[in-house]
Design a protein around this ligand. Structure first.
Ligand code: NDP
Length: 327
């Protein structure tokens, strides 16, 4: 018997409840994992509150991230005792996910725990941190270097934003952080941000081109703010877009692209190929300052997840929330 957060539907509404399940109720996949930690991402918030169309089949165990130890494996790639981490692949959306003490998973979805990380640290990073690193790699591939000038991170006090600020600052970039929460100034500066930019100023509808300010940017929010970022990006700059916390529209023009050679690079972590995923995890293990993780994350128990799910959807969660199965 083990505990799991289970989503069901009642009268068209999603209900989330911690239940006791038997191993035989788990899906029929090759690797049985004892989950030590999961984490709460924006997408989990949408799934658990039912405010986004993330889950179509019920009952569902949510949790797009998990870290733990292999208990049984039908695949030669993994043996009992191996430490593993999983993010994405539709787990917690189409397949039962990480918010449970046990999970049965496909071997192809699992990444061996990178050296230098444990389950707790891996979940402090989670999908949000992996996405932040993939965005940083996109900026580098676009040729953005610290010498070229400041870079911008939007939704900076959220999960992806916080890790992005910490990685970029650690790599020597001058980081400006867009936030709607001025009270997070000390936190964001502690992670390495040089200065804050208020969300309000970024919500003013931009002209086709604005004064050039950013050598590159990581955008987690979309909509008008992403349009403003593009209009303010310097000649030859790259913007990595990974999120839609403000909305999925993009009210922009072609001017930044055709007159300033700006590159807009989309970033997806869910179906990211294994090799790139492993590279990103290696870099996270080596380049994300360890002290930053302590500031970014705090842990909750499985029972607290529904409450925190509502908070993350409301934009009220700072940094990363990890779910400790032993609590
Ligand atoms: P969080 O909720 O932790 O952070 C989102 C942040 O966005 C908030 O903290 C807030 O930052 C800002 N924000 C929220 N609402 C608004 C708004 N209406 N207007 C402007 N800013 C807003 O979420 P995550 O960091 O986990 O995820 C961020 C986004 O990235 C989500 O849309 C998520 O779905 C997406 N994502 C995409 C992935 C991919 O693979 N492409 C993977 C992971 C996440 P502040 O308080 O500082 O203003």
């Amino acid at each position: 018997m083990f505990r799991a957060l289970v989503l069901d539907q009642q009268d068209g509404k999603t209900q989330a409840q911690v239940k006791t399940l038997q191993e035989s109720e788990l899906p029929d996949e090759g690797v049985l994992v004892a989950v030590d930690y999961s984490s709460l991402n924006f997408k989990d918030g949408l799934a658990i509150t039912g405010s986004g169309k993330i889950v179509n089949q019920f009952p569902m165990v949510p949790g797009i991230d998990l870290a733990g130890r292999v208990l049984e494996s039908a695949d030669a790639a993994f043996a009992p005792g191996d430490a593993v981490v999983l993010t994405g692949w539709g787990v917690g959306e189409r397949y039962w996910g990480g918010m449970a003490e046990k999970a049965r998973l496909k071997a192809d979805w699992l990444v061996p725990m990178p050296e230098g990380l444990d389950a707790r640290a891996a979940m402090m990073i989670g999908t949000a941190g992996l996405t932040a690193m993939l965005c940083v790699m996109a900026l580098e591939e676009g040729g953005v270097t610290p010498a070229q000038g400041p870079v911008l991170v939007t939704g900076a006090a959220g999960g992806v934003g916080s890790v992005a600020v910490a990685i970029l600052a650690g790599l020597g970039y001058e980081v400006y952080a867009v936030t709607g929460r001025p009270e997070t100034e000390a936190y964001l500066k502690g992670l390495g941000a040089s200065a804050l930019v208020s969300r309000e100023t970024m919500l003013v509808k931009p002209r086709a081109l604005e004064a050039q300010r950013w050598a590159g940017a990581i955008d987690t929010v979309g909509d008008t703010i992403l349009a403003k970022v593009l209009a303010e990006t310097c000649y030859g700059g790259t913007v990595a877009a990974c999120g839609l916390a403000a909305g999925f529209n993009l009210p922009t023009t072609v001017m930044p692209f055709i007159l300033r050679n700006v590159r807009l690079q989309g970033v997806d972590s869910v179906m990211c190929p294994l090799l790139r995923r492993q590279q990103a995890w290696q870099r996270l293990a080596q380049e994300l300052p360890a002290a930053a993780l302590g500031d970014i994350g705090h842990s909750i128990g499985l029972d607290e997840v529904p409450d925190y799910a509502q908070r993350i959807v409301n934009g009220q969660v700072r940094g990363r929330v990890i779910v400790d199965m032993s609590r």
